[in-house]
Structure formats: C-alpha cells, structure tokens
Design a protein around this ligand. Sequence first.
Ligand SMILES: NC(=O)C1=CN([C@@H]2O[C@H](COP(=O)(O)OP(=O)(O)OC[C@H]3O[C@@H](n4cnc5c(N)ncnc54)[C@H](OP(=O)(O)O)[C@@H]3O)[C@@H](O)[C@H]2O)C=CC1
Ligand SMILES: CC(C)(CO)C(=O)C(=O)O
Length: 315
Amino acid sequence: MNFLIYGAGALGQALGCMLACQGHTVDLILRPRFKDTLEKSGLTVTGYFGEFATKGSQLGLYTSLDETANSYNYALITTKAYDTASAAASIAALEQRVEYVVSMQNGCGNIELVEQFFGTEKTLGARVITGFEITGPGKVTITVSADDIHVGAPLADAISPAAASLAKTITEAGHPCRAVEDINRSLFAKLLYNCTLNPLGALLGVHYGLLGKNRETVAVMNRIIDETFAVITGLGGSTDWADSDQYKEVFYSELLPVTASHRPSMLQDMENHKPTEVDALIGYVSRQGQLLDIATPTCDTLAAMVKFKQAQYLQ
Ligand SMILES: NC(=O)C1=CN([C@@H]2O[C@H](COP(=O)(O)OP(=O)(O)OC[C@H]3O[C@@H](n4cnc5c(N)ncnc54)[C@H](OP(=O)(O)O)[C@@H]3O)[C@@H](O)[C@H]2O)C=CC1
Ligand SMILES: CC(C)(CO)C(=O)C(=O)O
C-alpha cells in the first residue's frame, strides 16, 4: 500500500518506520531538521512493541507536498491538532491522488475539519492511546500502550471497509489496531482520559500515576470527569459507560494504572516551549459547555491556566 504521513514527528515517524518495514511505500512530510537526519541515519523504533529499523533510502522524505509524485491509499495526518486545518488544506491540493484521509490526532474537532475538505466518504479518524517519544536523532521509543489503535469512519453504522483494511495493515506492521463502527465513541473516551490527566499533569509537572495517589488531585479529576461526561452527553455522544461514576471506576482501576509512569504530552509540550493541544482537549469541553449551557467550571479554570502558561513562553 502507499502511505502519505503528513507532519511526521513522534507518532508519524514511528508509524512510518513500522509500515516501511512491512514493505509499504511511505512518504513522510516532515520538517527540514528531521529530513537531514533521517536521510543519513534512517529510522529506528524501540520499546513496547519491539524493534523496527528502516534505512533513509526506504522512505520518501519530503518537506513539502510539492516534492511528492505518488498516489496514496491513505494520507495519515499526524501533526498536532492545532495544525489539522492547514494539513487538510494542503493534502486537498493532491485531489485524486489520495483515496482516504485519516486524522490520527488527539482531541475532538479534527475529523470535522478533515470532512470539510474531503467529505464524509473519504474521511477516517483514529484514536491512539500509546506513548511515542523522539529519544534521539532518527530514534522513536514507544513507552506505554493502554489499548489497540482504533480506526473508523465518522457517523458510520457499520465497519467501513477502508477502516478494516487500514486496521489490518497497521496490525501487521506491529501495532495492534482495530476497526470500529463509531470512531467518535472512541475519541470521546480518549477525551475523558486526556482531559482528566493532561492539564493537571502539565500544570503540576508530574506523571499520571501521582495524580491518582493524592486526595486533592483525585477530587479535581472527579469534577473534570463529571463535567466532560455531561458535555459528551449534551453533544449527543455516547461512550462505553452508563454514567460518569461508572467511568471513574474503570479509570482508576484499569486505565490509569497501565499508563501510570507516563508524563502527559501536554507537559512535554510545555517543557519544550511548544503550543499545547489545549483547544482540542479541555478547551474543547469548556467551549462546548458554553455553547450547550452546561456548567464546566473546573474545565474552564484548567483550560485558562494552561493557556496562561503557554502564552508566557510563546510570546
Ligand atoms: N506522541 C504520542 O505519544 C501520541 C500522540 N498522539 C497525537 O498525535 C498527534 C501528533 O503527536 P506527536 O507525533 O507527538 O507530535 P509531534 O509534534 O512530535 O509531531 C508533529 C510534527 O508535525 C510537524 N509539522 C506540522 N506541520 C507541518 C508541515 N506543514 N510540514 C512538515 N511538518 C509539519 C511538526 O513540526 P513543528 O513541531 O516544527 O511544527 C512536528 O514535527 C497529536 O495530536 C498527539 O496528541 C496521540 C497519542 C500518542
Ligand atoms: C498517554 C498518551 C501518550 C496516550 O496516547 C497521551 O494521550 C498523552 O500523553 O497525551
């Protein structure tokens, strides 16, 4: 199969390496700082799912879509969520050269942006709950994984063949991946998880596990879960849990323990003085709460604090 991976950082480089190792054609759109390194050293992925290595010559390495000539079965968008609109707009210029466009990003609102450019038929979403970190030039480490990748179409009432084929291909490449009927359900579940952990972890500078061990942070996390659950319900969304209390049980007993040692991506962004994905995560809950007239005071406060903090270093 032919893959375009647009915005290849930690997630995109890891997936690109794993897919290329399976013999797929992989073109990466990446920054010049990565292009020069990967040309020389290739890519290595280590950690949770084993070892994978490609030479630079096995990959198409480009800093702009203008340099590409292939047609693609799937274009995977792996930029941060704040770059989704510009990524989708650039890929749209390829027109018939792309069959399906997949938002692999965290948070909510990404799929809707991709749909604006490609329509529902060509749009897929994915939910990733695995930790990828660039640990050196041409090196990505997979640190934790809480579940398979989910891929699916928006608003589908059956598993889309395009999602099934992509899931099979990613699984064969080494990362377990499952096609789901309703990708929004998976993304809402991830929204609950990320809103509960990321802003607090980022503002307090701690890994997830510590947040679950402290009475004060548990009380704040419970309020975030209640508010986020109310917003998801208000949006007409569904999750695997009947109510927020049921989610809390699963969160504290199953979800939090498997990623306890993880330091949230929002914290890593702050440490690297990069913008955070606050607007697609807790900022999304806060905005939707306002639109739906659902009170989200804890989420509003945390979103404001994250924005304050990032504004300090982005000035
Ligand atoms: N890493 C992880 O563990 C996980 C990540 N995700 C999600 O996946 C998405 C990607 O995350 P991650 O890989 O960590 O992020 P990264 O910041 O490592 O990767 C995104 C890359 O895209 C680059 N980029 C953006 N626009 C362009 C462009 N026009 N041309 C070339 N390169 C471009 C960025 O460059 P620059 O920084 O210079 O702008 C950056 O290198 C996020 O939504 C994240 O939440 C989900 C689960 C786990
Ligand atoms: C734990 C992880 C890496 C799982 O995707 C995550 O969601 C994050 O750090 O934001």
